[in-house]
Ligand binder design. Structure first.
Ligand SMILES: [Zn+2]
Length: 384
């Protein structure tokens, strides 16, 4: 809402307007006018003042009056939004614009939040609701990382409704992801079904993220160049991370495997669809269940599942069997085979080289060079 100040002059019977110059002195009899708009219509108002300072003061007063009129109208007409309505609108927006998996995640998060949030209207929500949510999530046995993710989801929902001052963060320790050893992979492969074996081979040979594997299609494979690309899939509202498409060279063995799969499912499009022909969302569960059945769990992990404490001795919850380790193994093995870090960065689709180097640092720890250095450092005090 801006109000501008003008000086009106009548020259030869014609009215002209010009902006005043604050450094100039205007003689008595100068006509000051205000210009502003109301309901989209331009209005002029002639001021009953004799000097520039009085005119400027009148302009400020007018501006304040118009502003308060607008805000009164706005607050009178603003309807309170109920938490349930806001959640419904938000979820339908997510359903229309984001991947199904994202919708599933938000649906879960907001429903969980609703269980602990007793407020009726959105404007009643404050930090205590977020704290109560965190407490309930921890009590239900969620790990800190999950709690942090869910909390971030609630905060995003609130932001989408213009609530930016209600926020909370939950800290968690970033778990270090280790590459699989050759022995671990061999044991897993030996215990897996043919289908599972192909899935693990695909994860390992492409270094793809989980949702990249889920959305990989036959048409992404270049059988001649022996590469596979990560490409946007509009059918499922799916975009690669950072909207960055990339191409990764894959080993001959994987190319052969993909050829056979394509021949077996000529009408299929997704390489590893779920039973309904849609992107598979349960690779992680498959891996954990296979590891448990094959007796590969470490036996030391504990989790709370449906309020009950379980151990990875007899539950599919071993933290060592996660899909991300395939990606890490992909990087580590290429690194050991002298592929430059910069190239590995492109293949992984990392935005920064820093991230890739952090991935490769562990491989350096076990290298010949590091062994020689570490042993050499203490060589003099070793007994002959
Ligand atoms: Zn374990």
């Amino acid at each position: 809402m801006t109000v501008s100040l003008w000086i009106r002059e009548t020259v030869g019977g014609k009215r002209t307007y010009r902006k005043p110059n604050k450094k100039k002195f205007y003689r008595n009899g100068t006509v000051f006018c205000l210009r502003y708009s109301v309901d989209g219509k331009r209005r002029w108002e002639t001021l009953d003042v004799t000097n520039l300072n009085a005119a400027l003061a009148a302009r400020a007063t007018k501006e304040a009056a118009l502003l308060s009129a607008v805000s009164t109208v706005a607050s009178a007409s603003a309807k309170r939004i109920s938490v349930d309505d806001a959640m419904g609108t938000y979820l339908s927006t997510v359903a229309a614009t984001r991947a199904h998996k994202t919708w599933l995640a938000y649906n879960l998060i907001l429903n969980e939040f609703r269980k602990t949030c007793t407020k009726e209207y959105l404007d009643q929500i404050d930090k205590s609701d977020l704290t109560a949510f965190v407490v309930a999530q921890k009590k239900a046995g969620q790990d800190d990382r999950t709690v942090a993710n869910r909390l971030a989801g609630v905060v995003t929902f609130l932001r989408a409704h213009g609530i930016t001052n209600v926020t909370l963060r939950h800290k968690f320790t970033e778990k270090k992801v280790k590459a699989y050893s050759v022995e671990e992979l061999r044991a897993l492969n030996a215990a897996s079904t043919d289908e599972e074996l192909q899935i693990w081979q695909f994860f390992l040979g492409t270094g793809f993220r989980e949702d990249e594997v889920a959305h990989a299609c036959d048409t992404d494979v270049d059988f001649k160049l022996k590469t596979i690309s990560v490409l946007e899939k509009r059918q499922w509202n799916w975009k690669p991370k950072d909207k960055e498409e990339r191409t990764v060279p894959i080993p001959d063995s994987l190319v052969e495997l993909l050829k056979v799969r394509k021949a077996m499912h000529p009408d299929g499009w997704l390489i590893f669809p779920n039973t309904k022909g849609n992107p598979e969302g349960h690779f992680l569960r498959m891996l954990k269940e296979r590891a448990l059945a094959a007796g590969l769990n470490c036996g030391h992990c504990t989790r709370t599942l449906n309020g009950k404490a379980v151990s990875c001795k007899d539950a599919a919850c071993c933290e060592h069997w996660i899909l991300h380790r395939f990606r890490k193994t992909f990087a580590t093995m290429h690194h050991a085979n002298s592929v430059p870090a910069r190239t590995i960065q492109f293949w992984l689709g990392h935005e920064s080289l820093e991230t890739t180097l952090r991935y490769l640092a562990d491989a350096e720890l076990g290298s010949e060079k590091t062994r020689t250095q570490v042993n050499g450092s203490f060589a003099e005090i070793d007994r002959e």
